[in-house]
Design a protein around this ligand. Structure first.
Ligand SMILES: NC(=O)c1ccc[n+]([C@@H]2O[C@H](COP(=O)([O-])OP(=O)(O)OC[C@H]3O[C@@H](n4cnc5c(N)ncnc54)[C@H](OP(=O)(O)O)[C@@H]3O)[C@@H](O)[C@H]2O)c1
Length: 250
């Protein structure tokens, strides 16, 4: 039973993404537009926040005081994951490409931001954690980063793969995994049932919407482009200059 009413302004987690002026979704996949957030900017939140929340908390079991590594803290998902991790009381380390993008990750709440173009990420994470490593790694890179991710994890660490930007396969050093009693896992939102999506959305409404209400989590919007310039929006994403989300507007 949903508390939504006809005429409410809502944002929605779609079944699997989509560009449209009108959409039909189950009520359980909607949330009210948070107070103090512009209706259009609010569209930057549901998919990124649901992805970050369920992978950090449900899958990664991130807890206060732990170290979280967010790969691509500059991305649509990563920029929100950095903020949620910090709001949960984790110590956040983020990677980004270039010094300015790394600095912006620090502005979002990362204690340490590593420029993956100029720095050795494994060494930087070890240095940032006095050699312990990261307790939870939110990874958008996949196969190509698997070896390094296992290297930089702490004992008992949890690697949660949500993207495959560096391929779907990689070599896993099982001896290292066993020695660390670490976990490698991965999830997609898209493959979940309507009920499972509704559960994630409800948890986000309960736990993350209050963080948005008191400004601990904000949508990170790089640009708004008209829907009929979707090709230009894709070119912008491909340029590697986007920090956060590009929004298509009617
Ligand atoms: N599993 C799920 O349910 C789910 C849901 C949503 C999204 N995703 C996936 O998650 C990934 C991220 O989505 P997104 O919307 O955040 O994409 P995005 O906005 O394009 O961000 C991707 C980020 O990856 C970073 N990156 C690229 N190469 C890197 C490297 N070598 N080291 C560290 N970071 C690197 C980029 O940062 P720099 O440019 O600063 O290097 C960029 O900010 C995508 O693969 C997407 O398909 C999965």
């Amino acid at each position: 039973m949903s508390s939504r009413r006809v005429g409410d302004q809502v944002v929605a987690l779609l079944a699997g993404g989509g560009y449209a002026e009108q959409v039909v979704v189950p009520a359980g996949q909607t949330l009210p537009v948070p107070d103090g957030v512009d209706l259009v900017d609010a569209a930057a939140l549901p998919e990124a926040v649901c992805t970050a929340w369920t992978n950090l908390v449900d899958t990664g079991r991130l807890s206060r005081g732990e170290t979280l590594l967010v790969h691509g803290g500059s991305g649509g998902v990563g920029s929100v994951a950095v903020q949620i991790g910090a709001a949960l009381g984790a110590r956040v380390v983020a990677t980004a490409g270039g010094p300015e993008r790394a600095a912006r990750c620090r502005e979002l709440g990362a204690s340490v931001a590593v420029d993956h173009r100029a720095q050795d990420v494994v060494a930087a994470v070890r240095e940032a954690t006095d050699g312990r490593g990261a307790d939870v790694v939110l990874d958008v890179l996949g196969g190509g980063a698997l070896g390094d991710n296992v290297r930089l994890m702490a004992t008992g660490g949890r690697l949660v793969v949500i993207g495959l930007q560096q391929g779907r396969t990689g070599e896993l050093d099982l001896a290292r995994l066993m020695a660390k009693r670490a976990t490698v896992t991965g999830t997609t939102l898209r493959s979940r049932s309507v009920q499972e999506k509704a559960e994630v959305v409800a948890a986000v409404g309960e736990h993350v919407w209050p963080m948005v209400a008191d400004d601990r989590v904000r949508p990170v919007v790089h640009a708004r482009l008209p829907l009929d310039e979707a090709d230009a929006a894709h070119a912008l994403l491909d340029s590697g200059q986007v920090f956060g989300k590009v929004l298509l507007v009617p």
